[in-house]
Ligand binder design. Structure first.
Ligand code: IPE
Ligand code: IPE
Ligand code: MG
Length: 244
């Protein structure tokens, strides 16, 4: 029998996986800087890392993966960088659409996509349409997403419904149904590469009881082994939800 002491850091119990993993894909810029490359080169490699990680998560049988790709605050970046990220997203979605029939990864988008370019909106709509036919792992891509923006939208919708005759009472369980993540269980494990210890406005409501995992590894250097390390750490945690 294997002792706990010689268990590798990335050895996981596949019978006890989290249902939902959320990832803040951070560190692309620094990864590029370290190599004296433009920040956008880091975003390009980061997109490939995402493809690899999403495929891995699907293969191990994860139910939900939610990734932070562009926040409501990221518009503050130089226009060239924002344009480059949007260009990469287009390229990424086009390639994904071609491979979707083979990979069968179900994709959804969280965030206000209405302000994105018509081309990007069209690709998003097509990706979601094709995805409807797939079962299994669901990957949610947060684009122009902010946890606070999501709650403000929820409040506005609720207020509108009340003014239109909805009963004026709301319970904790109801709040979730107004969010982009309606119907999806909260993330069990939230991973942030890149060495920062903050949530940066990601899944503010949903992460109330998520297990948080931070690592200095930069997102473009992430791989299956890093995901396993995070899962292994998750499997060592004791979730108490305020109990004993
Ligand atoms: C994450 O990497 C990607 C986006 C926020 C779009 P960063 O671009 O934030 O990389 P760092 O944090 O500057 O290294
Ligand atoms: C969070 O990373 C957003 C995404 C990864 C999409 P940031 O790089 O924007 O976060 P801060 O600015 O360090 O908080
Ligand atoms: Mg960053």
């Amino acid at each position: 029998m294997k002792s706990i002491f010689n268990k590798k850091a990335e050895e996981i119990d596949f019978g006890n996986l989290p249902r939902h993993i959320a990832i803040i894909m951070d560190g692309n810029g620094r990864w590029a800087k370290k190599r004296k490359m433009p920040r956008t080169a880091g975003h390009a490699v980061g997109a490939e890392t995402f493809r690899k990680v999403a495929t891995y998560c699907k293969n191990i049988g994860l139910d939900y993966l939610t990734v932070y790709a562009f926040s409501t605050e990221n518009w503050k970046r130089p226009q060239e960088e924002v344009d480059a990220i949007m260009g990469l997203l287009e390229k990424y979605l086009l390639e994904s659409i071609e491979k979707m029939e083979r990979d069968k990864v179900k994709m959804k988008f969280f965030g206000d996509v209405s302000v994105l370019s018509p081309r990007l909106r069209e690709l998003i709509a097509r990706t979601e349409e094709i995805s409807k036919r797939f079962e299994g792992c669901q990957v949610n891509i947060c684009l122009n997403y902010g946890g606070r923006d999501e709650l403000v939208r929820a409040m506005r919708r609720y207020a509108r419904e009340v003014s239109e005759g909805r009963e004026n009472n709301i319970e904790e369980e109801d709040v979730g149904s107004y969010l982009f993540s309606a119907g999806i269980p909260d993330p069990d494990l939230l991973i942030r590469p890149g060495g920062e210890y903050r949530l940066s406005n990601f899944l503010m409501w949903q992460s109330a009881y998520s297990e948080l995992y931070f690592t200095d590894k930069l997102w473009p250097d992430f791989d299956e082994k890093e995901i396993n390390r995070a899962i292994a750490e998750f499997q060592r945690r004791e979730r108490r939800y305020g109990g004993v």
